[in-house]
Design a protein around this ligand. Structure first.
Ligand code: C5P
Length: 305
């Protein structure tokens, strides 16, 4: 009986106080994430026109329109047609997951990501703690950790590649395929199933952790983020924009040419002294990274120069 009375009093006073204060109490607008600052939360002039891309990854249910296919095809010089593309994608999804796994955003979570490019400026940087402490660590192409741990860290959750830049992965790392041609989609299916006849492949990755970039994303980055400069965006720049789409806080390492303007790597000596930034608009990309850092959309670590 006493307990009942106690509960009645507590509920009654709670209702009284709520009714009393509610006219003065406006709930705070819900934030998209729990970080100090969430990507795209800021609606400054600078970020206008850089909205989130709806479907950054291909899924079994997402059909690239023929129009978007043709735009991608023309940008990258693919020769084969839309039905060849559709057939290849269909076969690929008989092997790889129907939907790419992306941690969902939530007001009570802060998804932090490190994006690690391959620049020589990582040498002597001692960035290991800054990189390894992020939830997601994205590396790319021939980027490696063995022998460079103090500067580039040890953790890799995602590894971006295409056939020509592929490296074998352990069983827990997500393979993020960037498709530059239809053959690349065919490659991932073959490499992770039967292998290629006549040639023993020692390429290894977990087929259940494959994620495939939506081809339309490549065109989107070239058009919207780089105003169509250069032949097409670099893997590193696209990875960075991808991170802005799937993370709440983005930390960027390993970007920037050497003093001769070449995209040299931390893991090897530069052979081609006339490399510059290849077919990519490296200068524009770098300027954009600096702008994003200036507006605190991401954190840029320029390494050791
Ligand atoms: O050379 P690679 O393509 O493997 O490097 C990965 C990415 O890292 C590049 O696409 C580029 O965006 C970035 N990079 C850079 N400066 C370098 C080397 C690479 O910004 N010196």
């Amino acid at each position: 009986m006493n307990i009942l009375l106690f509960l009645l009093v507590v509920t009654g006073s709670a209702l009284f106080w709520r009714a009393d204060i509610s006219p003065y109490f406006t709930p705070l607008a819900q934030r998209p994430c729990a970080c100090d600052r969430c990507v795209f939360e800021d609606d400054s002039l600078f970020m206008q026109g850089f909205g989130k891309f709806a479907e950054p990854f291909l899924s079994v249910n997402h059909n690239l329109s023929e129009d978007n296919f043709n735009r991608w095809k023309n940008l990258l010089g693919e020769r084969r047609n839309f039905s060849a593309y559709r057939e290849t994608v269909k076969r690929m999804f008989q092997l790889v997951p129907a939907r790419a796994h992306v941690e969902a955003s939530s007001p009570d979570r802060c998804r932090t990501c490190a994006v690690v490019g391959n620049s020589g400026n990582l040498m002597k940087s001692n960035y290991r703690p800054l990189i390894d402490s992020q939830d997601v660590v994205i590396r790319m192409n021939r980027g490696r950790t063995k022998g460079f741990e103090a500067d580039v860290g040890t953790k890799t959750t995602h590894h971006v590649m295409y056939p020509e830049s592929a490296v074998g992965l352990d069983n827990t790392t997500r393979l993020v395929l960037f498709p530059f041609k239809i053959k690349d989609l065919h490659w991932v299916t073959k490499a992770l199933s039967t292998g290629f006849s006549g040639r023993k492949s020692n390429f290894k990755a977990n087929k259940d952790l494959v994620m495939v970039l939506n081809p339309a994303f490549i065109k989107y980055v070239h058009d919207e983020w780089l105003q169509k400069k250069g032949s097409y965006p670099s893997t590193g720049f696209m990875t960075l924009v991808l991170a802005l789409n799937i993370c709440d806080e983005v930390h960027v390492f390993g970007y920037g040419a050497d003093s001769d303007g070449n995209w040299s790597h931390y893991f090897e000596k530069l052979k081609n002294k006339k490399l510059k930034t290849g077919a990519h608009p490296g200068g524009e990309e770098y300027k954009m990274i600096l702008e994003l850092a200036k507006h605190q959309i991401l954190k840029f670590y320029t390494g050791w120069r």
